[in-house]
Design a protein around this ligand. Structure first.
Ligand code: FES
Ligand SMILES: [Fe+2]
Length: 329
């Protein structure tokens, strides 16, 4: 059974599926919860989204083209407005006469934080709030959307977990001597985020120094880690210098065992560093997580008895408890 695709509650949540900038060159195909969608840019700068299936003979619309927000099917040229209404059937004597069955099944789409978010059902959930987006002291850095061959549940669990740092992140910031995790106390953070605060002294190798803006061997960081259902994790990092580095780590189920991974960074640096250099270290950390997770088969069991958990897993245990409640499983 497809766990995610068969759960209607997930349709009612917002899921990041692409970067908005990817729509500049034409329509784009994405897959969410086992279904294919087409995304396109509308004339007002918004995003149109619909099942990627022409109502005429089922051609993917994502291989068509977009002109001034009008999406045109490549097979017989049927054209659809930004609201999904069929506005032109070229083979008809009067091409503007279009039957109701020729309209597209559109779904909710929003552009937020440089990402396109889809909600195929009733938008009961919300897009997570990152207040730094409105703060002029911070800049946002987008990093593209990657595909990980693992379940979104494994990803969110991993992003809430700090006990793997000295084991998995030895090539980046992990310090092999620091395996013990301080007692995790869960709390409401800000803006609907729920998680915990902690402090860590992390290795600061040469390749981390653009990100940390420090040339010391180690850096002390005050951090929070929190989640927003269903699968988004926010990590905040504050250095002694006052530099803050906020990471939004978003996992989106393509299907049960493959996912989109998007991460977005906000920083209050002086905006002069090359943005891609400022997040190169985060990319290297993400590659270490990806390599680990892609070796674990299947979906992370949601039931608390399906896997053994310890004190350092408290945030994940609470996230899974709330996810089970949300999904009604
Ligand atoms: S299949 Fe799209 S116009 Fe015919
Ligand atoms: Fe990690």
């Amino acid at each position: 059974m497809a766990i995610f695709a068969d759960n209607p509650e997930l349709d009612n949540q917002w899921h990041a599926v692409a970067e908005g900038a990817e729509l500049d060159s034409g329509p784009r195909a994405v897959r969410l919860l086992g279904k294919n969608y087409v995304l396109w840019r509308t004339p007002d700068g918004g995003v149109g989204a619909a099942l990627d299936r022409c109502p005429h003979r089922e051609s993917p619309l994502s291989i068509g083209r977009v002109d001034n927000g009008i999406l045109t099917c490549p097979y017989h040229g049927w054209a659809f407005s930004d609201g999904g209404t069929c506005v032109r059937i070229p083979s008809n004597q009067d091409p503007t006469r279009t039957p109701p069955a020729s309209n597209l099944n559109t779904v909710g789409a929003q552009d937020r934080y440089g990402l396109v978010w889809l909600c195929p059902g009733e938008p009961i959930g919300s897009i997570p709030v990152v207040p730094h987006e409105e703060n002029p002291a911070f800049r946002r850095i987008n990093t593209g959307v990657d595909v990980w061959k693992t379940s979104a549940t494994r990803m969110a669990d991993n992003f809430l977990d700090i006990s793997h740092f000295p084991w998995v992140h030895t090539g980046t910031f992990g310090r092999s001597q620091d395996t013990q995790v301080p007692k995790i106390e869960l709390e409401e953070l800000d803006n609907g985020w729920f998680g915990y605060r902690y402090e860590v002294t992390a290795a600061n190798p040469a390749k981390a120094q653009v990100t940390s803006e420090s040339d010391a061997d180690t850096v002390h960081r005050w951090m929070t880690s929190g989640f927003h259902l269903p699968f988004t994790v926010r990590s905040t990092i504050r250095y002694e210098s006052g530099l803050e580095h906020i990471l939004l780590l978003i996992s989106t189920p393509i299907d049960d065992e493959s996912s989109y991974f998007s991460f977005v960074v906000w920083r209050n640096d002086d905006f002069t560093t090359d943005p891609q250099a400022a997040i190169a270290f985060d990319r290297a950390i993400g590659a270490e997580d990806k390599k680990m997770l892609e070796q674990i088969p299947g979906v992370l069991p949601l039931s608390q008895t399906g896997v053994a958990s310890v004190q350092s897993d408290r945030a994940s245990v609470e996230w899974r408890r709330r996810l089970i409640e949300l999904l009604g499983v």
